[in-house]
Design a protein around this ligand. Structure first.
Ligand SMILES: [Zn+2]
Length: 77
């Protein structure tokens, strides 16, 4: 197995995301060892696979955060 076999862009998006359980923002900041949402200030932060999170986001807001076929959510933060 080559050294870079696991470093594809697809695998990058398999990383779990930290998200705010209040407003589902991905803008999570860590200050003083505590995670909190940069949008609403909630400390109710969870982790999920980006696809799970995207599903939650669609249920909440009725639209997908990620545009069709787009998985590069980091560019939107
Ligand atoms: Zn929030």
């Amino acid at each position: 197995m080559g050294e870079f076999d696991n470093l594809t862009i697809e695998d990058y998006n398999d990383e779990p995301v930290h998200y705010c359980k209040q407003c589902l923002s991905l803008k999570i900041k860590i200050v003083g060892g505590f995670d909190f949402c940069d949008d609403c200030g909630s400390t109710n932060v969870g982790t999920a696979h980006v696809d799970e999170w995207d599903k939650l986001y669609q249920e909440r807001y009725g639209e997908t955060f990620l545009e069709s076929g787009e998985k590069d959510y980091y560019s939107k933060l």
